[in-house]
Design a protein. Structure first.
Length: 509
């Protein structure tokens, strides 16, 4: 069983004094610190694992098997933000525990992880306590010996200071500690982790490579956007497996953005290559969304019920909603993880990686972005305008609901197209995307109401069949219907604002 710990820490490069030792300044002078308690020295032995091409390290992920200290076991560290990582721990075992192997599968894709670096650390630990004896932070002075495992067998040695915030502590406290350390001559470490430093220090020297050039052509910008979405798809994989909030939604958005880019910029990338990949992205989004859509709908209805006066909630309304929700659940976290572990999903990631490595560029890809991208966006806008005009001319009813749903999808595609072009086109693309997002949101709210009304009618029928009163479901149906009508009344004005001539002309091109 794996446990997770949020780790907030900073590392510093430590220089030895004349006696060859690294001495810390008096940390009781840090505001809030009442005492510093020496916790002794621990000897740690950690072996770090990665693929042959160091895919985990490239994404700032570390996987290690460590003995010694009070947290021996397998540790997987996933970056969250600067200075913040989630450490997922599992008990000691000979092989990588399944719970951790799954969290790195989007990177390894079946390739074996093997030992790459061994770190021997002598850790001198001190606890910073407040006046009540509560732990504020742990300060460690680590004397490290790194050994590269494999043909090179290079070694490196260094000393560093690590300050880890206590659970629930205020990150601002680390600023105060850092100020004191800097006055003593310590500087923030150049490497984000011991592994990163070990790999750098033990890597055979190579001729320095030039950094990649900034995107200039249409192809450069489209590929940069696709790379960003691919990175999101891979990075949200472990978050979905861990059932983190909003992770499924964000992963689905990445798939949609990539599919949208393939369609919008089909003059840049060969569709004979991208179309099959787009179909697989559609499959993945569908698999991820089975329970997500039901969850969102259920939350919407719960919010509606909670807003009603108690006198208007008649019958076992909440129980009926729970029964209905459970009956409509088509999957589970176990099913989602099975999808992420499937060969089909891993093949999709491999295909995307291959496409980005050797993109099927068409002649338009080599042209200036300012010429190619606006033209593609305006074409998406024209499709949206046609769908909007049709939707606005239809009378209320199922046909209009369907037309507005199709317009919503076109608005989303147009918005994504503008967002993809923003690095090349700047503020005009940002303003245009904002207008399209406003239209998409209005149409999305309307579609959510359509789905909610279908659900409410279903709940009313079930309640009536069970001999329960359907009063509350009818009341909520009326509320949703009124809200939808209000959105429909506001849609022409919103579309007029979004479709001003300037919103098309200011893209340039």
């Amino acid at each position: 069983m794996a446990d997770t710990k949020r780790e907030i820490e900073r590392k510093y490069e430590a220089a030895a004094d004349a006696s060859g030792e690294t001495r810390l300044p008096d940390l009781t002078k840090v505001a809030g610190v009442s005492s510093v308690v020496d916790k002794g020295v621990a000897e740690l032995d950690a072996v770090y694992y990665d693929t042959d091409d160091l895919r985990l390290a490239a994404d700032s992920i570390t996987l290690r098997r460590r003995t010694g200290g009070d947290d021996a076991g397998w540790h997987l560290k996933l970056p969250v933000s600067p200075d913040v990582r989630d450490e997922i721990r599992a008990p000691l075992a000979d092989a990588v525990p399944d719970a951790l192997a799954g969290l790195i599968r989007s990177r390894t894709r079946g390739d074996v992880v093997t030992p790459v670096v061994r770190l021997l650390s002598s850790r001198d630990v001190r606890h910073l306590l407040d006046a009540q004896g509560r732990l504020l932070a742990e300060v460690s002075t680590d004397t490290v010996t790194a050994e590269r495992i494999g043909a090179h067998g290079s070694t490196a040695r260094w000393t560093e200071v690590e300050v880890e915030l206590a659970d629930g502590g205020d990150p601002a406290f680390l600023d105060a500690v850092e100020k004191r350390l800097r006055k003593a001559g310590l500087r923030p470490a150049a490497s984000a982790s011991k592994l990163a430093k070990a790999l750098s220090e033990t890597e055979p020297r190579r001729t320095s490579e030039k950094p990649p050039a900034a995107p200039r052509t249409a192809g450069d910008h489209v590929l940069a956007y696709l790379q960003h979405q691919y990175d999101a798809l891979v990075s949200y994989d472990p978050a979905v497996r861990r059932d983190l909030p909003d992770s499924v939604h964000r992963m689905r958005v990445a798939t949609r953005r990539m599919r949208s880019a393939f369609r919008t910029y089909r003059k840049v990338l060969d569709r004979t290559v991208t179309d099959p990949i787009a179909e697989e992205l559609k499959w993945l989004a569908g698999e991820l969304g089975v329970d997500r859509d039901q969850e969102v709908l259920g939350a919407r209805l719960q919010t509606r019920i909670a807003a009603l006066p108690r006198t208007l909630v008649l019958g076992p309304v909440r129980s009926r909603l729970r029964i209905w929700s459970v009956a409509r659940q088509h999957g589970s976290r176990r099913k989602i993880i099975a999808v992420l572990d499937s060969e089909r999903h891993l093949d999709l990631l491999t295909a995307l990686e291959a496409l980005l490595a050797e993109p099927p560029l068409l002649p338009a890809a080599s042209k200036p972005a300012a010429k190619v991208l606006p033209k593609a966006i305006r074409k998406d806008y024209a499709r949206l305008a046609t769908r909007m005009e049709r939707a606005l001319t239809l009378p209320p009813g199922k046909d209009r609901d369907l037309a507005m749903h199709n317009a919503r999808k076109a608005a989303k595609r147009t918005r994504y197209a503008a967002e993809a072009a923003r690095p090349a086109l700047g503020k005009p693309a940002k303003r245009f995307a904002k207008r399209m997002k406003a239209v998409q949101s209005l149409l999305g709210d309307h579609q959510d109401s359509v789905m909610a009304r279908e659900a409410l009618r279903d709940l009313a029928v079930q309640s009536h069949a069970a001999g329960e009163t359907a009063f509350t479901w009818g009341l909520l149906y009326g509320q949703e219907e009124a809200a939808a009508e209000a959105r429909e009344r506001g849609l022409p004005a919103a579309w007029k604002r979004a479709s001003k001539a300037k919103s098309r002309a200011d893209l340039g091109g």
